[in-house]
Design a protein around this ligand. Structure first.
Ligand SMILES: Nc1ncnc2c1ncn2[C@@H]1O[C@H](COP(=O)(O)OP(=O)(O)OP(=O)(O)O)[C@@H](O)[C@H]1O
Ligand SMILES: [Mg+2]
Length: 370
C-alpha cells in the first residue's frame, strides 16, 4: 500500500518531526510538570514567517493536555479574551467528562464548572472575575490552564489586558501558563510597551535557523517512518536547499516525496525536482509577501547589502546608501527584528531569510525598484 505523503507544507500544521526544537520543548514540558513558580510558564517566542511559531504553540498545547492541563488557544485580536474563557470552559467540561467515563474521579459534572456562573444579582462579572471563578474550580482539582496566544501585537488592547490580568493570576498563586508567539518586530514592540512591562520578565526564545544536522535527521526520520528511503547524497542536496528553514523543509520534503510516491526509494532525481518545485513555491508563498511589506528605506538598505557576497559591514551599507551610520541603523534594527537579516558579528550583517537575497537581486535586475 502506498503511504501518504508525511510532509506538511501548510502553515500552522504540526509536522511529524519538529526539527531543532528539542531543548525548548523539553523546557516547556518540564514547566507543565513542575507547575506553579516555574519561570518557563510565561514564555514568548519570536520568529520570522514560516519558522514554526504556530506549530510550536499547537504542539505545546497538545503536550500540556497530555499532562492534564486544559488549554485555550487564541490569536491576538479583538474578542480574544472571550475566546480564551469559552475555550477554557469547554476544555474543563470535556476533561471532567473524560474522567467520569473512566470512573477515575468522584466528581460529577453537576458539581463542576459553569453551574454557578452568575452571582445573586445575575451579573456574570468582568473577564477577570469570570476567569477567577473557573480557575478556582480548576485549582481545586489541581488542573492547570495553558493560554496560548499567536501573532501577538502590542496594538491589540485585549493583549495588554491579558498580560495585566495574567500577572494577577500569578500573584494569586494560580496554576496558569501563558505561551505567546509573534513576528520579531511585534514581539519587541510588545516587550517595549510600558503598559505591560511585566512581560519583560517572560522567558524569550527566538526561532532562529535550524542547524543542518538537525534538519537532516528530521527529514530522514520523516521519510523512514513512513516506509520509504533516501540516500545520503539525496539528503545532502535536500538539506542544502532547506537552509535551516522549517517551512522549506516541509516544501522540499513534500515535493521530493510526491515525484514517485509509489517507489520505495526517493531518488536523486526526485530530490532535484522536488527542490526546484519547492523553491518556486517558497518565492510565491513567502518572499513576495515579505518584499511587499518592506518600506522604501528598508529596501534601500537591503539593496546596499547586495554587492557583498557573504557579510556586509554596516559602514559600507551606510556609505552606499549615502547616509550617516546612525540613520541607517534604524533600518538595520527593523530588518533584524523581521528576521530578514542577521548580525552574525557586531557591525556585520547578512541575509538570513532563505532565498531572499536572490529574490531581491532579481527584482532589482528587472527594474522593480526604480
Ligand atoms: N520544527 C519544525 N521542523 C520542521 N518543520 C516545521 C517545524 N515547525 C514548523 N514546521 C513546518 O513549517 C511550516 C510553517 O510553520 P508555522 O505555520 O508554524 O510557521 P509560523 O512561524 O507560524 O509562520 P507565520 O509567521 O506565517 O504564521 C509548516 O509547514 C510546519 O509544518
Ligand atoms: Mg503562524
Amino acid at each position: 500500500m502506498q503511504a501518504n505523503n508525511p510532509f506538511t507544507p501548510t502553515f500552522g500544521i504540526i509536522p511529524p518531526f519538529m526539527a531543532g526544537r528539542e531543548e525548548l520543548v523539553e523546557e516547556l514540558s518540564a514547566a507543565f510538570a513542575h507547575g506553579l513558580g516555574d519561570p518557563n510558564l510565561c514564555t514568548i517566542v519570536s520568529g520570522a514567517r514560516g519558522t514554526g511559531k504556530t506549530a510550536l504553540l499547537s504542539f505545546m498545547g497538545e503536550e500540556a493536555s497530555s499532562q492534564g492541563w486544559i488549554c485555550a488557544n487564541t490569536t491576538a485580536a479583538e474578542g480574544m479574551l472571550e475566546d480564551i474563557l469559552q475555550q477554557a470552559e469547554s476544555g474543563a467540561w470535556e476533561f471532567i467528562e473524560s474522567l467520569e467515563r473512566k470512573h477515575l474521579s468522584g466528581i460529577t459534572l453537576g458539581q463542576f464548572v459553569g453551574l454557578e456562573w452568575e452571582n445573586a444579582s445575575g451579573d456574570p462579572g468582568n473577564w477577570r472575575t469570570r476567569m477567577n471563578r473557573l480557575l478556582d474550580q480548576l485549582g481545586e482539582k489541581g488542573i492547570g490552564l495553558l493560554i496560548t496566544v499567536d501573532e501577538v501585537k502590542a496594538t491589540v488592547p485585549e493583549m495588554k489586558q491579558l498580560a495585566r490580568v495574567y500577572q494577577h493570576f500569578v500573584r494569586e498563586g494560580r496554576n496558569v501558563a501563558l505561551l505567546m508567539a509573534g513576528l520579531p518586530h511585534s514581539v519587541s514592540g510588545l516587550l517595549n510597551d510600558e503598559d505591560v512591562s511585566f512581560l519583560r520578565r517572560a522567558r524569550k526564545h527566538s526561532l532562529a535557523r535550524i542547524p543542518d544536522r538537525e534538519i537532516r535527521g528530521a527529514v530522514a526520520l520523516t521519510v523512514e517512518q513512513s516506509g520509504r528511503t533516501i540516500d545520503g547524497a539525496g539528503l545532502d542536496v535536500a538539506v542544502e536547499a532547506i537552509d535551516g528553514f522549517p517551512y522549506m523543509m516541509q516544501l522540499v520534503g513534500y515535493y521530493m516525496w510526491a515525484q514517485h510516491p509509489g517507489e520505495r526509494e526517493i531518488s536523486a532525481q526526485d530530490v532535484a525536482r522536488g527542490v526546484s518545485r519547492a523553491q518556486k513555491e517558497m518565492i510565491e508563498g513567502i518572499l513576495e509577501y515579505t518584499f511587499r511589506d518592506l518600506s522604501k528605506g528598508d529596501l534601500r538598505f537591503l539593496v546596499a547589502m547586495l554587492p557583498d557576497q557573504k557579510m556586509s559591514a554596516m559602514a559600507d551599507v551606510a556609505r552606499r546608501m549615502g547616509v550617516k551610520s546612525n540613520y541607517a541603523s534604524q533600518y538595520r534594527r527593523r530588518l533584524l527584528e523581521q528576521g530578514i537579516i542577521g548580525e552574525p558579528q557586531r557591525g556585520y550583517l547578512r541575509f538570513d531569510m532563505p532565498g531572499f537575497r536572490d529574490y531581491l537581486a532579481t527584482r532589482v535586475e528587472e527594474g522593480d525598484l526604480a
